[in-house]
Design a protein around this ligand. Structure first.
Ligand SMILES: Nc1ncnc2c1ncn2[C@@H]1O[C@H](COP(=O)(O)OP(=O)(O)OP(=O)(O)O)[C@@H](O)[C@H]1O
Length: 358
């Protein structure tokens, strides 16, 4: 078992949530290896990773739906590891909205406030404000069955935001919606986050959604934290080939380090970026498509045959086949000359544009 060092939370924000060595085992299966992280007040942190990587388990441990095998959950400086789920002051939003079918939109949103014994005048005011916030004021008297999927999910969000929980946890809340509605709701969630100042931990397996929403991303793989950083840090400075591959498009060349600071790969000998070193003699070079240019540059280049040309308005994406069946992706800007299908090309990169990963 490896214990990951506590990762610093974003910026100067005081920590709202600290997870220390949290671990979950089900018999012989480890759903989450001992993991530590810290989430700042008002931060939007996304747990991102493939199916089965431990995202939901970590979320359930934070809210107390699942009991940890080891580790601690600290909220606002207090150890809440043994606090029951309903006493943790955490709001939950899941993929399936679970609205009360026999209550109107306004009554659904009022429900958590009534449960907490708030005064009628306060409930009325907060429900009105929250309905405004999610743009559902005109549908207050409808029942859930009279709403579209996107509207129902907005009610679910409102029902969570209305009582201003300390932390809001969301598990694939947009998973059941179609792509267009998802993108619209992402903007809504971003706005709700900004306007409410809530601390949010959000689970998704969709990297574009994670990039669009998050202050920081906690990338998970095989029941552990692979990398934690801002979207830009993970995109520009991935630490592993998995991180480079999971976030954005990457060209990855694996190889062995040579004595004079180069990487010997199946596609050629490439100079490493300044200061980069392979610790165990092996590594991989990651080159993003926008850093590849037609023609040899600074000695680092590969040759291939164009197999696909994808015109996408602001850019043209070229996919080329390399010698051993591997593919290469590069992006050409509007002014650049586009090669023809089946044409032989040489694509090069400046060595400092590549990132060495493990
Ligand atoms: N109650 C359980 N009993 C046994 N194994 C479990 C249980 N819950 C989760 N697991 C296992 O723990 C691992 C992590 O599961 P988890 O649901 O956290 O992954 P996830 O990243 O959220 O996946 P998905 O995106 O598919 O929801 C998986 O291998 C899963 O099979």
């Amino acid at each position: 078992m490896t214990v990951v060092a506590i990762q610093p939370h974003g910026g100067e924000r005081p920590p709202k949530l600290v997870v220390e060595g949290l671990c979950k085992r089900y018999g012989a299966t480890t759903a989450l290896e001992a993991s530590s992280l810290s989430v700042g007040e008002g931060e939007f942190l996304t747990l991102l990773g493939p199916s089965g990587s431990g995202k939901t388990t970590l979320l359930q441990l934070i809210c107390g739906l699942v009991e940890a095998s080891e580790g601690r959950v600290i909220i606002d400086g207090r150890d809440q590891s043994r606090t029951p789920v309903h006493q943790r002051d955490i709001g939950l939003v899941f993929q399936h909205y679970a609205l009360f079918p026999h209550l109107t939109v306004a009554e659904n949103i009022a429900f958590p406030l009534k449960m907490r014994g708030r005064a009628a005048a306060e409930i009325a005011r907060r429900v009105t404000d929250t309905l405004e916030m999610v743009h559902l004021g005109h549908l207050a008297q409808r029942f859930p069955r009279e709403l579209s999927g996107g509207q129902q999910q907005r009610v679910a969000l409102a029902r969570c935001f209305v009582y201003q929980p300390s932390i809001i946890l969301m598990d694939e809340p947009l998973g059941a919606l179609d792509k267009k509605l998802r993108e619209h709701m992402q903007i809504e969630i971003k706005r709700l986050h900004r306007e409410s100042g809530a601390t949010i931990v959000y689970v998704t397996h969709d990297q574009e959604e994670a990039l669009a929403l998050s202050d920081r991303i906690c990338l998970m793989n095989h029941a552990r934290i692979e990398q934690l950083g801002t979207p830009r840090e993970i995109y520009e400075r991935p630490r592993t080939a998995f991180a480079a591959d999971f976030i954005g498009i990457s060209n990855i060349f694996r190889g062995t380090a040579t004595a004079n600071g180069a990487l010997e790969t199946a596609h050629g000998l490439f100079a490493l970026p300044d200061g980069a070193r392979c610790d165990d003699g092996k590594g991989a070079l990651v080159i993003r498509p926008e850093h590849l240019h037609l023609g040899a540059e600074a000695g680092n280049s590969v040759s291939g045959t164009v197999s696909e040309i994808v015109y996408a308005g602001s850019e043209t994406r070229i996919i080329a086949r390399l010698g051993d069946g591997a593919t290469l992706v590069l992006r050409l800007g509007p002014g650049e000359t586009v090669p023809g299908l089946d044409e032989r090309i040489v694509a090069g990169w400046q060595r400092d544009k590549a990132v060495l990963v493990s």
